[in-house]
Design a binder for this molecule. Structure first.
Ligand code: GUN
Ligand code: FE
Length: 460
C-alpha cells in the first residue's frame, strides 16, 4: 500500500503521536495538508469547517480502512559499517569485540564498492523498519563515508553522517588508525564539505556530524582539533560517553575528570550533539550535557552486553536531559527501533524492581521510580530523538516534515492484534498495542518529506 507522492496533497487518516513525553494524542479522521516541500501545512480535526470542506474535496487521499499513521522513527546511534556483523560475538567484552571483530571489519571500507553494497542493504532495511532519520558513524575512510551520505540521499533517508576519527596509537590498531590528528581533522573537514555541498542535498536532508570514536581512541591533539573544527564549521558531534566500566575508568584515570567533562572541555558537547550510552553519567555530568545542549542516545540492547549497568533513563528525563533511542548496530543485535523501544521499557522496569531474587523486594533496587511507560518509549523513538537533533520531525503539527509510517493493522503475518474490540480503548492503550505488536509486515509504507521511501508498490 502506498498513496504515492503526497507533496501538495491532502490526506485523511487516523493518526497517533506523542507530542510530549508520555502524552499520546489520537487524531481520528484528521485531515493533513502537505505543502510542495512535504511539510505539514495544516491539520484539520473533525467538526471544523475546513475539515468538512476537505472531506468533500476530490483531491483528498485516504488509505484503506485499518490503516493508522505514525511518525517516522529516529535512530540516534547506528554504526553503519558494522551491519555485516549484526548478532556476532556479543559474549565478548567491548574492548575484545572491537579488536577481534569490529576493527578488522571497519578496515574493509577502504573498498568503496564493499561500502556501497553494505550501505545500500542497511538503509533499505532501516527504511523498511520505519527508521526515517538515523545518526550514523561511518569509518575513518573519507571516500566510504561520502558513499554513506550519497546512499542516504539516493534512498531519501534523513541522516547525520560522521566520518570516524581515531588516532591513538595505544588503543587503535596499526591497520585501522588515522595517521595523525591533522589527517583526521582534514578528512573530517573534507567530508563535511562533501555533504553540505552535495547537489542532491539542497534541503539538507543529510547533514554532517563530527565523530571522535570515543575518548580512549583519540589523542588530546585530535580531541582539541575536532573541537575547534566543530566550532569553526558549526557542526554537531557524536561520540560515546561513559558506556562501560572500562571506558569510564580509563577516561577518569587519563584526564582526572569524567568522560562527559572531558568531551565538554574539548568543545565536543555542542547543541544538537548526541552521545551514546551514558550508563555512568553522574547528575553533574547530566547537568553539563544539558548546559551544552547535547543529548543521549539510549541503547538498551547494547548496554545489556557491553554496558555493565542500565542507563538511568528516568533520572535523565526528570533532570531535563535530551534522550532518544539507538539500536547501536552492531553492539545491539537488532536493526529495529521497535525492538529498542520495547526493550527500553523492559530495562526500566528491571532497574526499578531490581533483578536479584535473593534480595527482599524492598532491597532489590535503589532506583525507584525508574519505570517508563509505552507512551514514553514511543516518544523517545520519535519526538524525543528529533528534539535531541533539533529536527522538525517526530510529531504531526504544522511546520513539521511529513516523515511518517502507514501501519496496516490487518496485514497477514504482521503480529498486531489491533482489533475492533479495542477501538474504544483510550489512546495510550491503543498506542501501547501498536508499539508491542507492529511487525515488519504491518509497515505498509514509509515517507520522508511527503515522498515514499519504502513499502509495497503503489496501487495502480
Ligand atoms: N565504543 C567505541 N567504539 C564503539 C563501537 O563501535 N560500539 C560500541 N558499542 N561502543 C564503542
Ligand atoms: Fe556505539
Amino acid at each position: 500500500m502506498s498513496l504515492g507522492d503526497l507533496r501538495g496533497q491532502s490526506l485523511c487518516v487516523e493518526a497517533f503521536h506523542t507530542p510530549e513525553r508520555g502524552r499520546v494524542e489520537a487524531l481520528t479522521d484528521v485531515v493533513i495538508d502537505l505543502d510542495a516541500a512535504g511539510e505539514i501545512a495544516a491539520l484539520h480535526l473533525p467538526g471544523t469547517p475546513a475539515h468538512a470542506e476537505a472531506r468533500a474535496s476530490e483531491r483528498l487521499r485516504s488509505p484503506p480502512p485499518g490503516t493508522v499513521l505514525l511518525p517516522g522513527l529516529v535512530d540516534l546511534h547506528v554504526h553503519a559499517p558494522q551491519y555485516p556483523q549484526l548478532g556476532t560475538a556479543l559474549d565478548l567484552p567491548l574492548e575484545d569485540w572491537l579488536d577481534t571483530y569490529t576493527f578488522p571489519l571497519e578496515a574493509r571500507y577502504a573498498d568503496t564498492a564493499f561500502a556501497r553494497r553494505v550501505y545500500e542493504a542497511l538503509i533499505d532495511r532501516l527504511l523498511a523498519w520505519g527508521t526515517t532519520t538515523a545518526v550514523y558513524f561511518a569509518t575513518l575512510h573519507d571516500a566510504a563515508t561520502k558513499v554513506l551520505a550519497d546512499v542516504c540521499l539516493e534512498k531519501g533517508q534523513r541522516a547525520f553522517v560522521g566520518r570516524v576519527a581515531m588516532d591513538h596509537p595505544e588503543t587503535c590498531p596499526d591497520y585501522y588508525r588515522d595517521p595523525s590528528a591533522e589527517a583526521a581533522v582534514e578528512g573530517t573537514r573534507e567530508v563535511i564539505g562533501h555533504i553540505r555541498g552535495h547537489p542532491g542535498n539542497a534541503d539538507a536532508r543529510v547533514r554532517p556530524m563530527i565523530a571522535p570514536r570515543f575518548v580512549p581512541a583519540c589523542t588530546d591533539g585530535l580531541l582539541a582539533g575536532l573541537g575547534a573544527l566543530a566550532a569553526e564549521t558549526a557542526t554537531p558531534v557524536t561520540s560515546h560517553v561513559s558506556e562501560g566500566d572500562w571506558e569510564h575508568a580509563f577516561v577518569l584515570e587519563r584526564f582526572g575528570r569524567s568522560d562527559a567533562e572531558t568531551l565538554a572541555g574539548f568543545g565536543l558537547m555542542r547543541p544538537g550533539s548526541v552521545m551514546a550510552h551514558g550508563c555512568y553519567l553522574s547528575p553533574s555530568d547530566m547537568a553539563t550535557m544539558i548546559r551544552c545542549g547535547t543529548g543521549v542516545a539510549h541503547c538498551p540492547a547494547s548496554n545489556a552486553y557491553f554496558g555493565g549497568a542500565a542507563f538511568p533513563l528516568r533520572r535523565a528525563l526528570d533532570a531535563g536531559l535530551g534522550v532518544g533511542l539507538g539500536t547501536d548496530i552492531a553492539g545491539g543485535p537488532s536493526a529495529s527501533l521497535w525492538d529498542t523501544a520495547r526493550l527500553s521499557i523492559q530495562t526500566s522496569r528491571l532497574l526499578e524492581s531490581g533483578i536479584d531474587p535473593d534480595l527482599a523486594p524492598e532491597a532489590r533496587s535503589t532506583h525507584r521510580p525508574a519505570r517508563i511507560d509505552a507512551a514514553t518509549a514511543f516518544w523517545l523513538a520519535t519526538a524525543g530523538g528529533a528534539d535531541v537533533l533539533g529536527l522538525p520531525v517526530g510529531r504531526f503539527a504544522p511546520g513539521q516534515s511529513f516523515d511518517a509510517l502507514f501501519i496496516d493493522t490487518t496485514a497477514p503475518g504482521g503480529g498486531l492484534t489491533f482489533w475492533e474490540e479495542g477501538a474504544h480503548d483510550p489512546p495510550e492503550r491503543r498506542l501501547e498495542r501498536l508499539l508491542y505488536g507492529t511487525g515488519e509486515a504491518n509497515i505498509a509504507s514509509v515517507y520522508v518529506a511527503g515522498t515514499p521511501v519504502a513499502g509495497r508498490a503503489p496501487a495502480p
